[in-house]
Design a protein around this ligand. Structure first.
Ligand SMILES: Cc1ncc(COP(=O)(O)O)c(C=O)c1O
Length: 461
């Protein structure tokens, strides 16, 4: 590993040879990351960054953990790869599956491994439809989803996402997807009356079920708390009431815990915090803290019995239950457990939230939110009408990175934060002061979204 890098040459080679997701050709600059430790990253020019995004919201245990590198190397020396198709299996997948089942709610019985979140969503949607099909209800094909959702980049996972870029120029889409309003009290103008928001959302859901016909609906898919949609906590009574309604109609609940599991909301699984027991749970990201691409779908015994019967479940990916990925996940879970990181989310989150409240004096700040170690600063062109900035907050996230070295994510309405669970209170304070410096220096809210427009990145997930 070199300790000095030719940043210019690397950027030029990148421009010549890589096709990046969501990068317009007009953007010449590259941030060439070369090292990470804890919450700090360093680029090829030697510039340091404070990572309030945990990579792509996944690095629970912080960057550069030698325990995980050792686990990967050890596993690769012993058995780097082996399949989990048919009756082939191996000790790492078995141990990890056992551990995940033990950590999940009591109805969880089995685990199906994937390589990431999108593959997990594709698989969970197939499982939901296939479950009904095999039980004699093949007409249950519709999937309910919500605005602000992000569930992946595949055809089906893209369609259940509220992500227009995946729908434009890629048609035709799979179809049979119905979108409901997300529980986003601030956007609904009901931040001070969240239970009223739940009433309205439940009414909408009941009408949609009546319109489509419950006997034609396979499942509802949802993130416990919206991630890409703006790090939004639902009203506390939302999920229990939704789960009861779905159960009454035989509609499965798929919880996409790709972002929220493994301590992000202070529990192994956010469903526990929400007080619900999903039929299917999609996992990835924090499962390995991003040290290896691995995902999983957890199934209840009721589903596993049907999907595993007869010919078994007829969907498989080459990297299903990758031994190195499973060894990495086990080492990652050991760290989360050993260092008490589940408690860190609410503790550090509360500290971060107190700091973020100091931003309320800045006119363009409409609301700040924190839920575990998910947080957001909602930026508005007009506080009274809660009108979002016309171009979103992408350019402002760029500005914060360029001026302060603090990494936060831009979005259509809010700047979002999901730091590693190991972030210290001192580091959280640095994040807040970077936000305060930059946001208070931007003169007119309506103009802020247009800052640097020509070089702004295309908003990726
Ligand atoms: C909630 C959620 N589900 C699914 C995905 C897709 O995961 P992946 O990018 O690993 O395919 C993401 C990615 O950010 C996500 O945030």
């Amino acid at each position: 590993m070199p300790t000095t890098y030719d940043s210019q040459a690397l950027a030029a080679a990148d421009r010549a040879h890589l096709l990046h997701p969501f990068l317009p050709a007009s953007r010449q600059g590259r941030t060439v990351m070369v090292e990470g430790r804890g919450c700090r990253l360093r680029d090829a020019q030697g510039r340091e960054y404070l990572d309030a995004t945990a990579g792509m919201w996944l690095c629970q245990v912080g960057h550069g953990r030698p325990e995980i590198a050792d686990a990967a190397a050890g596993q690769m020396r012993r058995l780097e790869y082996s399949t989990a198709f048919w009756d082939f299996t191996h000790d790492r997948a078995i141990t990890l599956a056992q551990r995940l089942v033990r950590l999940s709610h009591p109805d969880t019985a089995r685990v199906y491994f994937t390589s990431g979140g999108s593959e997990g969503t594709e698989t969970a949607l197939r499982m939901a439809r296939n479950y009904h099909h095999r039980r004699g209800e093949p007409e249950r094909t519709w999937i309910l989803t919500r605005t602000g959702a992000y569930h992946g980049a595949g055809y089906a996972s893209g369609e259940v996402s509220d992500f227009p870029l995946y729908a434009t120029g890629f048609g035709p889409q799979p179809g049979h997807v119905h979108r409901l309003t997300a529980p986003y009290p601030y956007a609904m103008g009901l931040a001070s009356a969240p239970e009223k928001a739940t009433d309205l959302l439940l009414e909408e859901m009941e009408s949609a079920i009546a319109m489509i016909g419950a006997h034609r609906i396979a499942a509802l898919i949802g993130e416990p708390a919206l991630a890409l949609g703006g790090m939004v906590a639902p009203p506390p009574d939302y999920w229990p009431r939704v789960a009861r309604l779905l159960h009454r109609h035989g509609i499965l609940l798929i919880m996409d815990e790709v972002v929220t599991a493994f301590g992000r909301l202070g529990h192994w699984f956010a469903a526990e915090r929400m007080g619900v027991r999903p039929d299917l749970t999609i996992l990835s990201k924090g499962l390995t803290s991003g040290y290896f691409p691995l995902g999983a779908v957890l199934l209840t015994g009721r589903l596993a019995d049907v999907l595993g019967a007869d010919g078994g479940f007829p969907v498989g990916y080459t990297y299903n239950g990758h031994p190195t990925g499973c060894a990495v996940a086990l080492a990652n879970l050991d760290i989360i457990e050993g260092e008490g990181l589940l408690d860190a989310a609410d503790r550090t989150g509360a500290h971060l939230a107190a700091g973020l409240r100091s931003l309320h004096d800045i006119p363009m700040v409409g609301e700040t939110r924190q839920y575990g170690l998910m947080a957001a600063v909602e930026l508005v062109a007009d506080r009274t009408t809660r009108t979002p900035l016309p171009e979103g907050t992408y350019a402002i996230a760029d500005l914060i990175r360029d001026r302060t070295g603090v990494l936060v994510r831009g979005g259509p309405r809010a700047l979002t934060l999901a730091p590693p669970l190991v972030m210290t209170e001192g580091e959280a304070d640095e994040v807040v002061s970077a936000l305060a410096d930059v946001l208070s220096s931007i003169p007119a809210p309506a103009a802020a979204g247009r800052a640097h427009r020509s070089t702004t990145l295309v908003p990726g997930p």
